[in-house]
Design a protein around this ligand. Structure first.
Ligand code: AMP
Ligand code: ZN
Ligand code: FE
Ligand code: FE
Length: 288
């Protein structure tokens, strides 16, 4: 695919520096890329410079953490001005709260007989690259593997870090409505990320989307990497029902992982991709 609107770098929990993500995307045929690191704008300048040198288009992006109905939800924002005051304020707050959260995760794991997780996760993160941001759950997962507390990262999430587990510390996140309001103030296009990944019933998922739309969200991420085609189909039905624009992306984090830049299931072709609304009228891209 030549458009990828969801990926991560070492600015959050990815394994490649922003410029490396851009170069890898370009090599894989991506020509319009959005870097969507968790709760940070840190990687955007480097990514923009790399994209310019390769004559590809980099859309400013971010994936904001928030809560809705007691669950952690991710909201994607696109094509905002990176110096928008609302976003600078929100990311500054999230920067601080993510450090507090990482300490809290470390303390909770220590209380369960797994000491040293904060420093261990930070060490994992620093091996990948230098970031001023707090270690994220994937860094904690890798620490738990290395310390022998779990067999693999999947088990780390299943037992300790996944939704509703002790490491899913979310008291620091804004609400869904607040996150959407921040993005709207910054002039962003807004898409609800991977709505199938939340462990919700069908009716709760529909309610989430209704609330997202009521808050001012405009698009649904109908395709997230190689998620099963039936899930894409269900999300497409919801996009039609709510009259939403759609987005798609790989959610790439690291080479050799479960996702790869530019790789995701095709969007049903009756849906209107959000990227057709980015400026300069990318009609060629609209058809892909
Ligand atoms: P954080 O920003 O610290 O909340 O970490 C969120 C990231 O953790 C997500 O973007 C995924 O990369 C990863 N993650 C969340 N849940 C799982 C899971 N169940 N299995 C594997 N990775 C997960
Ligand atoms: Zn991530
Ligand atoms: Fe996400
Ligand atoms: Fe993501």
């Amino acid at each position: 695919m030549d458009v990828d609107l969801h990926c991560h770098s070492t600015a959050s929990d990815g394994a490649l520096a922003p410029a490396e993500v851009v170069a890898r995307a370009h090599a894989r045929g991506v020509r319009v890329l959005a870097l969507t690191d968790h709760d940070t704008l840190e990687g955007l300048d480097e990514a923009q410079a790399a994209a310019q040198a390769l004559d590809m288009r980099l859309i400013n992006g971010i994936e904001l953490s928030c809560t809705w109905g007691g669950a952690t939800i991710h909201v994607l924002g696109y094509a905002f001005a990176a110096d928008a005051p609302a976003l600078l304020k929100a990311t500054a707050e999230l920067h601080d709260s993510r450090w507090l959260r990482a300490e809290e995760i470390g303390a909770r794991l220590a209380a369960k007989g797994m000491p040293g997780a904060f420093d261990g996760a930070r060490a994992v993160q620093q091996e990948l690259g230098d970031s001023g941001n707090a270690p994220a759950r994937p860094h904690f997962a890798e620490f738990l593997v290395r310390a022998g507390h779990v067999r693999d990262r999947a088990e780390a999430f299943r037992k300790w870090l996944g939704a509703g587990k002790l490491g899913d510390v979310k008291q620091h996140w804004p609400t869904l409505a607040e996150a959407v309001a921040t993005l709207r103030e910054a002039g962003a296009w807004i898409s609800l990320a991977h709505a199938w990944h939340y462990d919700f019933t069908r009716s709760k998922r529909r309610k989430l989307i209704a609330d997202f739309v009521a808050a001012g969200g405009q698009a649904l991420e109908v395709v997230n990497g190689m998620q099963p085609a039936e899930q894409v189909g269900s999300l497409a039905i919801l996009a039609r029902e709510f009259g939403l624009l759609v987005t798609a992306g790989s959610d790439f984090h690291a080479p050799g992982d479960w996702s790869e830049l530019g790789m995701y299931r095709p969007l049903p072709d009756d849906l209107l991709p959000l990227w057709t609304r980015f400026d300069h009228g990318h009609s060629r891209l609209a058809a892909c």
